[in-house]
Write a protein that binds this ligand. Structure first.
Ligand code: HEC
Length: 128
């Protein structure tokens, strides 16, 4: 190995690092828009709006899902992928940023702040 090659390797490394960083940046901006995330992954079956039916009648509007389940169960469900619940759904896992964006969006269309939602009341355990 000559000096020349090492320099080239180092430059390649830098270029890859820069690429990685811009990818992460793009993913991050994406994650901030809960509606866009849901629209891309869930919107062809579930309604994402504050009113109205879902495109697929069997799929409950996500505002109803949001109001039905305790907040920690929602966080877990979105983070681990809801895929197991229904066969047709893409297996998808969201990052904590994305989960927060999704819950904030659903909070904004229902008028129920995610921070004010109660955690699961597990039978046999005393609620906090
Ligand atoms: C291909 C259509 C399809 C897509 C895409 C889809 N779903 Fe579903 N989803 C359904 C159907 C149909 C049901 C109702 C039947 C069932 O629960 O298996 C459902 C049910 C659910 C439930 C359970 C609701 C309840 O009351 O128990 C949740 C939660 C859910 N979906 C979340 C999501 C999320 C989040 C996404 C996007 C990441 C998504 N789904 C994408 C079709 C879909």
């Amino acid at each position: 190995m000559t000096k020349h090659f090492r320099l080239r390797d180092a430059l390649l490394c830098l270029a890859l690092l820069a690429l990685g960083a811009s990818d992460a940046l793009a993913a991050n901006t994406d994650a901030m828009d809960g509606k866009a995330i849901l629209g891309k992954n869930c919107g062809r079956c579930h309604s994402l709006e504050a009113t109205g039916a879902s495109p697929l009648p069997q799929a409950p509007p996500l505002r109803e899902v949001y109001l039905k389940y305790p907040i920690d169960q929602l966080e877990e469900g979105f983070a681990e992928g809801m895929g197991s619940r229904h066969r047709d759904m893409p297996q998808i896992q969201f990052s904590p940023d994305q989960v927060a964006a999704i819950l904030n969006y659903l909070g904004s269309i229902t008028g129920v702040d995610p921070a004010k939602r109660a955690p699961a009341n597990i039978p046999g355990e005393t609620p906090p």
